[in-house]
Design a protein around this ligand. Structure first.
Ligand SMILES: [Mn+2]
Length: 357
């Protein structure tokens, strides 16, 4: 297991690399480069980022932001050009030492919350929160506007301004599209990209829908074990994997996370993991919790045990944290609670390692 940390780059992330390096056991980043979907990433820019990260004593083997253009998902003629750019970026990242690319195939919405800073009454910290009832009155455009207003000036992943400007047009393109239609376009993408990944030694890792159910009538095809069975079968290869996000899949209590990890871990189809906890508050209603099992509804010991047994070499990062100790920062991506999460997960791992000898 390699413990990593999400970092947005020195221009927009208030957390210095030095602080990340000081978290015990931190080996590297799940990094990002701020590029719109569809572009061919410039190698010099990525090489500069890699140099900066390596000089801080950290690795950059996982990249999270090679976004798939909506024209690929909707199967428009321009997709071939965007796929060519994607392939060129995969080759470049492989040259630069990247091993895993985390991405998603979600229509329009990357992830969705109805409150980015809901106060947790027990201790006064706050975290990301979702209640489907609050969506009732809001349409997609309103929720996007609200999310932008609540994000304290930060750009949230998946909600980049240039993408949102086209929201209405994009939503129209999905009208009438079924899950099977979307999977057909997904297969077209994987058939082009996965052989290149095999050639250059990179694994694609698909992130689940978050929350793990359909929203706004859009086709969503990545929120259960059954969904991912279909995805890995679209192009059967060790390079076609999932990024198993416990909090995203775990937003639906029907998903048995340790069992899903064992299923895909033993198939060698887990390329990376996001690990965090969720507190259920009702039907389609939850908030994000501290990582410690007893503070939420997921069993983090069972989760790490399933990783230890079936995919012990995977990359892991503590996922969203709460905002604690009056930290001001990007919702979900503060330093303190994610650092506590990493320390806790490392502790569970040490116990599993020693317990299995
Ligand atoms: Mn995640």
């Amino acid at each position: 297991m390699k413990m990593t940390f999400r970092w947005y780059g020195s221009k927009t992330d208030p957390i210095p690399l030095k602080f990340i390096k000081q978290i015990p056991g931190m080996t590297g980043l799940m990094g990002l480069l701020d590029k719109p979907a569809g572009v061919d990433w410039p190698e010099e820019e990525f090489a500069a980022l890699r140099k900066e990260v390596q000089e801080a004593g950290l690795e950059l083997e996982v990249i999270e932001s090679v976004n798939v253009h909506e024209d690929i998902k909707t199967g428009l003629p321009a997709r071939d050009e965007y796929i060519e750019n994607y392939i060129s970026t995969v080759r470049m990242l492989a040259r630069q030492g990247v091993k895993v690319i985390v991405y998603n195939f979600m229509p329009v919405f990357d992830w969705l919350r109805t409150d980015l800073a809901r106060v947790i009454p027990e201790d006064g910290s706050n975290s990301l929160y979702f209640d489907e009832k609050d969506l009732g009155a809001m349409g997609p455009l309103e929720i996007v506007r609200k999310t932008a207003e609540d994000s304290h000036g930060f750009t949230l992943p998946g909600w980049e301004p240039e993408r949102l400007a086209l929201l209405e047009t994009t939503l129209k393109q999905y009208e009438g599209m079924t899950g099977d239609d979307l999977r057909k376009n997904y297969k077209y993408f994987l058939d082009a990209v996965i052989p290149v990944c095999e050639e250059v030694g990179v694994r694609m890792a698909c992130h689940p829908d978050d929350p793990a159910w359909p929203i706004f009538g859009l086709p969503r095809i990545a929120h259960s074990q059954e969904d991912f069975d279909k995805i890995v079968a679209l192009h059967d290869s060790p390079a076609n994997t999932l990024c198993l996000c416990t909090g995203s899949l775990g937003s639906n209590p029907d998903n048995d996370i340790p069992s899903i990890i064992r299923h895909f871990g033993s198939m060698n189809r887990i390329g990376a993991m996001h690990v965090r906890n969720v507190k259920y508050l009702g039907y389609h209603h939850f908030r994000e919790a501290a990582h410690l099992s007893s503070t939420g509804d997921l069993d983090l010991y069972e989760i790490m045990k399933a990783v230890h047994e079936t995919c012990p070499d995977t990359y892991i990062r503590p996922d969203h944290g709460r905002m604690i100790w009056d930290e001001q920062g990007r919702p979900g991506y503060g330093l303190y609670d994610r650092a506590l999460g990493a320390a806790y997960l490392n502790g569970l791992w040490e116990a599993l390692e020693k317990g299995s000898c």
